[in-house]
Design a protein around this ligand. Structure first.
Ligand SMILES: Nc1nc2c(ncn2[C@@H]2O[C@H](COP(=O)(O)OP(=O)(O)O)[C@@H](O)[C@H]2O)c(=O)[nH]1
Ligand SMILES: [Mg+2]
Length: 458
């Protein structure tokens, strides 16, 4: 499946740093190391595995010293790739590490491709595919929760869960195949309906984990929320109140905000980008018109909208128009200026949009802001409690959905009394989809696509 040659790369990012690491993996890793590495104080003898040795790297051609380094050998199979791995820790800086890599290549190694170390780890059974993909998520994590989810997946939590679902599926398959093998004893009606129930049950479980994708995505990438409403209702004041600082200009003049203002919030670990926009109204001011257009575009791509109303004034046609424009979106209605007497009743809003959730706040006094934050957080997360395992990778989600689909087909086939052979085909499709997640079945295409996203040296 892969050439048994020896690969090498600089594993640390380019630029200056304290230390840079050159990583070598494969059969010749150790012989190459012995040719270019000299231990300090004239010590010699075979290097032990998993020990760090001090010494220098020399060019075997010229005998000149390139750098003073620490070197370790991790003999197979106890290494990241499952092959012999050598790591040279040299002084940071692009020049030295490149010179050492150059020597390693001259001595017979080949420059590693992106993700090739991790690919070898996968092909040698050190990691399954879902775990290998989690390594990339871990490298790319931008939030505490994102890193936690990736680490959980890298340590095999998702793989274990998928493995258990697969076992359940194999149990069902055995029963269906028994019916195929003994056609004379047609599956009894009762047994058939029990099987159908079991298959639907399994499909439900699979759908449930695939539904955690959205949850995981929000934590990994953050949610985007757009504050909208007609001019002067207090959108910018609300953003300032959410941030706890006077970030945006606030004036009594309608049409103050024209551009989209972007700020970040952390809602108990959930990263949120929040957009304050120009108030929505018909206007002849060209700049404001552009602002309104921009507001609509941002609203379009937001995960949720906060629609702000001014509680101290009667609701206007403009308010209802805004409410109408977010009908298709996840939305929170915020009635602002709660420090002033209320000029309308909340029924008026509920009559227009029964599903909207309402929060009363005063951006001025800060009243209700904490409630708004917690409501926004749970609404973004669909009021889901933290799932046991979360799917964070779109490939895994689509495999899960495919598996659940095939299961539903199998259940329907079996339920309508069709031959069990047909159901077995669907069940096997469902099984394969699960196996693709952990890489039990794979093809070069999938592998290439996955590992191409990695950096060289990982
Ligand atoms: N009394 C009171 N006034 C507010 C409150 N929030 C905003 N305002 C005032 O309403 C006006 C418009 O506020 P602004 O945030 O610029 O509204 P925007 O046009 O929707 O961004 C300003 O004069 C604010 O001081 C509030 O909670 N209470
Ligand atoms: Mg504003």
């Amino acid at each position: 499946m892969y050439e048994q040659d020896t690969i090498a790369a600089i594993a640390t990012p380019p630029g200056e740093g304290g230390v840079a690491i050159v990583r070598v993996s494969g059969r010749d890793a150790e012989p190459i190391a012995t040719r270019i590495f000299t231990r300090s104080r004239g010590k010699n003898g075979k290097l032990k595995s998993h020990m760090l040795y001090h010494g220098s790297i020399r060019d075997p051609q010229t005998e000149s010293v390139v750098d003073e380094v620490l070197l370790t050998i991790m003999r197979q199979p106890r290494s990241y790739t499952g092959e012999d791995v050598v790591e040279v820790h040299c002084h940071g800086g692009a020049f030295l590490s490149r010179q050492i890599l150059g020597l390693v290549l001259v001595e017979g190694a080949r420059q590693a491709e992106a993700g090739e170390f991790t690919k070898r780890a996968f092909l040698n059974g050190k990691l399954d595919l879902a775990q290998a993909e989690a390594v990339l998520d871990l490298i790319r994590a931008r939030t505490v929760k994102g890193a936690e989810l990736a680490l959980n997946q890298a340590s095999g939590a998702l793989s274990k869960h998928v493995g258990e679902l697969r076992e359940e599926l194999l149990d069902i398959l055995v029963q269906v195949e028994a019916a195929i093998d003994f056609p004379d004893e047609d599956i009894e009606l009762l047994q058939r309906s029990r099987l159908v129930e079991k298959i639907f049950g399994l499909a439900d479980k699979i759908n449930a984990i695939s539904a955690t994708y959205e949850w995981g995505r929000l934590f990994r990438e953050g949610a985007q929320v757009c504050i909208c409403g007609r001019p002067n209702v207090g959108k910018s004041s609300l953003l300032n109140a959410l941030l706890g600082e006077a970030r945006v200009i606030v004036t009594p003049i309608p049409g103050t905000t024209r551009d989209v203002i972007e700020e970040s919030l952390n809602l108990a670990g959930l990263p949120v980008v929040i957009w304050d926009t120009a108030g929505m109204r018909e206007t002849s001011d060209q700049v404001e018109q552009l602002g309104v257009e921009l507001a609509r575009q941002y609203l379009e791509k937001a995960d949720a909208a906060i629609v702000v109303f001014d509680g101290s004034e009667k609701l206007t046609a403009g308010d209802f128009a805004v409410l109408d424009s977010v009908r298709e979106k996840k939305r929170l209605v915020v009635i602002n200026k709660n420090d002033l007497p209320m000029a309308f009743s909340v029924d008026q809003i509920q009559r227009q949009d029964a599903a909207a959730e309402l929060v009363l706040v005063s951006a001025k006094s800060g009243d209700g802001i904490d409630l708004l934050k917690s409501t926004l957080r749970s609404s973004l997360l669909n009021y889901q409690a933290e799932p046991v395992v979360a799917v964070t990778n779109i490939r895994h989600r689509s495999d899960l959905l495919r598996s659940a689909d095939s299961l539903a087909q199998a259940a329907n086939t079996l339920g309508s009394g069709l031959p069990p052979e047909l159901a077995a085909v669907n069940l096997n499709e469902a099984r394969e989809a699960l196996e693709e997640i952990i890489g039990m079945v794979n093809n070069d295409d999938i592998l290439e696509r996955i590992f191409a996203n990695f950096c060289v040296g990982k």
